[in-house]
Write a protein that binds this ligand. Sequence first.
Ligand code: NAP
Length: 518
Amino acid sequence: MTSVLPNFLAGRWQSGPGAGTPLFDPVLGDELVRVDASGLDLEAGFAFARDEGGAALRALTYRQRGQLLANAVKVLQANRDAYYEIATANSGTVKSDSAVDIDGAIFTLGHYAKLGDTLGDTRLLRDGEPVRLAKDPLFQSQHVSTPTRGVALFINAFNFPAWGLWEKAGPALLSGVPVIVKPATATAWLTQRMVRDVVEAGVFPPGALSVVCGSSAGLMDALEPFDVVSFTGSAETASVIRTHPAVAHRSVRANIEADSLNSALLLPGAQPGGEAFHLLVREVVREMTVKSGQKCTAIRRVFVPAELFEAASEAISAKLQGITVGNPRNETVHMGSLVNRAQLDAVKDGLASLREEADVIHDGTTHALVDADASVAACVGPTLLGVVDADKASRVHDVEVFGPVATLVPYRSIEHAITLVRRGQGSLVTSLYGADLVALAEASVDLASTQGRIHVISPDVASMHTGHGNVMPMSLHGGPGRAGGGEELGGHRALGFYHRRAAIQASQTVLDALRRLG
Ligand code: NAP
C-alpha cells in the first residue's frame, strides 16, 4: 500500500486512522499515494485557525503580509521541479500544461505579494472619502473594510491543484484571513505538497495555512458566521454548498465558481485566410487542447458567420489533426490525459449527448495514443462538433463537456450571435475576434452583463494578448448565472470577499484619527 498524505490542521500534521483513498496516475494506472481526512477534530482545527492564525495575521500590516506571500513564492519556486513531477504523475499533463497550473499559481501569488507593498503599513482599508451626515460638517460617515474574523475554507476542483489554492490563498492571506484548503481528492497530492513545503519553511504564523485531504464530510458544518467559503467545481455540489445551513442559516459568505459554456465569436466581416479568422482558429485549437480541455475557462462554443462555417471547420480540423495524444512523458506528445477514467466516462457521455443534435467534424477517436494503453489511460483525442441549425440546437448551450471538445455554431447577424452566446446562461469568458475596433467594443458592451470577462483579440494585439483561457490576477475571474455568480481576483477587488465593510459615523476628529490608522 502507498503512503497516506498527512493533513495539516490545528498547527500539526495529522494522519487519518483509515486505509485512505488512493490517488492514481491517469496514464499508467499506478496507485501513487493515499489521502484520509477521517477522524480529524475539525471544530478544534477551525477554531485554532480562527483564533491563532487569524489573530497573528491581523496583527501584521498589508505590507508585512505581502512580504510573507513573497517568501512563500520563493519556497514554491525552489520546489518547482517536484511539483512538475507530481503533476505529470497525478494529473497526466504535459509540461506546458502543468505550467499553466504551477507557474500560474506562483505568478498569481507574486502579484498579491506586490499588491501588499502598495497597500502599505496599515491594517484597514478606507473605502471612499467621508460624507457629511448632518447640516454641520462635523458629523460624517466613513466606510472602512477590515479583515473578517473567521477562516476562509476553499473547496477546490481537481483541474487546478496549484493555481486553485494560491489564486484564493493570496488574496485571503493578504487580507489577514487564515486559509483551510480542501483539494479535490483526485489531485490532492500537489496541493498538499505545496502546503507542506510552505509550512516546513515556516513562512506563515501557526494556524494561517491548513490542508485537509480526503472526504469533505463535516467541513461545512464547522463553519461559523464570520467564516467564508469559496467553492470551485460542479453545479450539483455548488447547490449543496449554497443550501447548507452554514450558508443558508449562519450567513457564511460563499463564492461559487461552477460550470461555464464559454464562447469564441468571430465577428461579421472576417475573411477566410484573414488575420482575425486565423487568430480564432489558433485560439480555439489551443483552448480545446491545453490541459485536455479541463479548464473552467476553455472555449466550448465557437460562433462564426454562416458563410465561414465550412472554412472554419476545415481550418480547425486541420490543426487538430496534428495534435498527438498520450503519455505526457513522451516529448512528442502535445496533449496528455484527463484526470481519471471517471472523467473519461463523463466526457464520453457528454459527447454522446451533444452528438444527438450535432455532427462530428473532427473525430477525437481517430487519434492513436502515443506510449499509452487505451484500456488503462484516461486519454482522449480532441473532437470538433458542428450544428447546422443554431436556433434548434439546445444542448450545445447546456451541456459542459469537461474535456477536449468544442462545437462550431453558424450565425446570421451579430444580433443573432449575441443572442446565441447569451443562451449559455452566463459564462466565465467570451473571446471576440475581428478587425473592426468599434464593432468589437460594441459587442463587448452588449455581452458584458452575462460574462465575467470579455477577451478581445484584434490583429494589433495578436502578439501580446494573454489568451482566452488564461486567468490573469489583474482581471476578474468568475461569471454570472450558470458560471456560479462568483467573483475572484481582479487585483485589489479580490480582497473585498475577505473583508467586512462598516460605516463609521463620527465626529471629523474621530475620522481624522481613523485616517492616521489606515
Ligand atoms: P465536484 O465533484 O463538484 O467537486 C469539487 C470539490 O467539492 C471537490 O473538492 C470535492 O471533493 C468537493 N465535494 C464533493 N462533494 C461535496 C459535498 N457534498 N460537500 C462539500 N464538498 C464536496 O467537481 P469536480 O469533481 O472537481 O469536477 C466535476 C465537474 O465540475 C467537472 O466535470 C466540471 O464540469 C466542473 N468543474 C468546473 C470548474 C469551474 O471552475 N467552473 C472547475 C472544475 C470542474 P472530492 O474530490 O473529495 O469529492
